[in-house]
Design a protein around this ligand. Structure first.
Ligand code: GCO
Length: 454
């Protein structure tokens, strides 16, 4: 496998981007805050990670980066970096420890201070309402398989936005529905760790429904700039075999077309629906109009590509087996191939086929790297090369007329990388998970240079 490219500086310039283009960084609550602080309730990630075999060394988000206690200096570092915006999330389990009913005032007060802290440092707050901390009490009653959760989510969204909404630049309902549904209810890789066709079929409809109910509730409050964040992989067939082409097309349908179809066309793609419909909640058709109600922007998370071939499927399986393969490209610490062209392709494909003139934002892009502090320095030149190549793709898309408005690097700092625990470092800032010391990496310093107003 070829080595990752290394690069000491960016080749793109700030002035290559439109004047009002927004650069930001991104994090999520469970991955950084420390869920043991401040009266936060139990979430399905706390119990999933405590179950051996699910998360490396059973690591969890109890302490994470202790951002709950270090938020002021973290925001100072972000201000110093020179980004204009910060994409953060509120934890449902922190705001409502039982998922409904009582509010943990201490939790809401924390987010209130955090948002004020962003504004006083010139950082535009971009909120995500669900980045995966489903309260355990809601998991107990079926989580995303239970239609009632959609209403509870809308109630939670209202409570957060009533408190913070007057100061937010944008609000995203749900982060990465594919991960919330397929990765968590069919592949079993994320909480709640299920592998069940009925579970995923229900969740794949109830998650968009929850988004829609939250959008309706927030619109009624007069909240502006409402969106959702979807993740995409560039998907193609491993080879020319008809079975590979078929498997790639179905994978692409599940990953890239299902949620776009529901949200922007009011219909799920027929090739995927064929497999899911027998298990979907009764009366699902009636929800499609609400699911497809207009939103104000779409967030796109992009990291890598997938080369798909067909597996051996037994006749009684509900869904043919699809295998994701790696090609010959250099890979990050996640073992993900670096394929910047996929970002350019997807931006054009999404806007041409689904979103038209709707503003788009890259809400996550970045890489995990083998980063270590040596003599006080983290020389992550691989990350600089990775970001530079993806910035170029973003620029290319803008030149072709894609209404791309913002780019958020994942992530501001190293954090809890879900099932992979603390080994995978995605940050512009290195975190020592014992002392909680922060060390800006080389990528932070060159990004700061790029962002300096010239
Ligand atoms: C996701 C999440 C992030 C991850 C990041 C790297 O995409 O899984 O939004 O929480 O940490 O994507 O895997």
């Amino acid at each position: 496998m070829p080595a990752l490219a290394r690069q000491a500086d960016f080749t793109v310039k700030r002035s290559d981007f439109p004047k009002d283009f927004i650069f930001g960084t991104s994090t999520s609550a469970y991955q950084i805050e420390g869920s043991s602080f401040g009266g936060c309730g139990s979430s399905h990630w706390d119990t999933f990670s405590a179950t051996s075999g699910n998360v490396v060394r059973c690591e969890n988000g109890a302490l994470a980066c202790a951002h709950y206690n270090h938020w002021e200096s973290d925001l100072d570092l972000m201000k110093d970096l020179g980004v204009e915006a910060y994409r953060f999330s509120t934890s449902w389990a922190r705001v409502m420890p039982e998922g409904r009913g009582a509010v943990n005032q201490e939790g809401l007060d924390f987010y209130d201070r955090l948002v004020d802290g962003m504004l006083s440092r010139g950082l535009a707050p971009n909120l995500t309402l669900y980045h995966w901390e489903l309260p355990s009490a809601l998991s107990d009653i079926g989580g995303w398989r239970n239609r009632d959760i959609a209403d509870y989510f809308a109630d939670y969204a209202e409570i957060v936005v009533k408190r913070l909404g007057d100061r937010l630049s944008t609000v995203a309902t749900i982060n990465e529905p594919w991960c919330v549904t397929w990765y968590s209810h069919f592949h079993g890789a994320h909480a709640p760790g299920m592998r069940d066709i009925r579970a995923v079929s229900r969740a794949a409809h109830i998650v968009p429904l929850a988004h829609a109910k939250a959008v309706s509730a927030l619109r009624a409050l007069g909240q502006k700039d409402l969106g959702i964040v979807l993740n995409f992989e560039h998907t193609s067939a491993l080879d020319d075999k008809p079975s590979s082409l078929e498997a790639a097309s179905l994978t692409e349908g599940i990953y890239n077309r299902w949620f776009l179809g529901g949200l922007f066309k009011g219909e799920y793609p027929a090739d995927v629906l064929h497999y899911l419909e027998p298990h979907m909640p009764k009366g699902w058709h009636a929800d499609m109009e609400q699911i497809a109600q207009p939103i104000d922007w779409l967030g796109i998370n992009y990291y890598t590509r997938s080369l798909v071939s067909a597996g051996k499927t037994d006749p009684d399986c509900a869904l043919p087996e699809m295998i994701g393969n790696k090609g010959p490209l250099p890979r990050t610490e996640m073992d993900w191939e670096v394929y910047p062209e996929g970002l350019g392709y997807l931006l054009e494909w999404i806007s041409n086929n689904y979103t038209g003139t709707l503003p788009l934002a890259i809400t996550e892009n970045g890489m995990a790297n083998k980063d270590a502090v040596v003599d006080g320095v983290v020389d992550d030149q691989e990350r600089i090369a990775y970001l530079d190549a993806h910035f170029k793709q973003a620029l290319g898309a803008i030149e072709k007329g894609v209404p791309l408005r913002a780019y958020f690097v994942w992530s501001f700092m190293d954090n809890f990388e879900w099932a992979l625990g603390y080994d995978k470092r995605f940050g512009l800032v290195h975190v020592d998970f014992e002392s909680f010391k922060r060390t800006p990496k080389a990528s932070y310093h060159v990004l700061k240079k790029l962002l300096e107003k010239s």
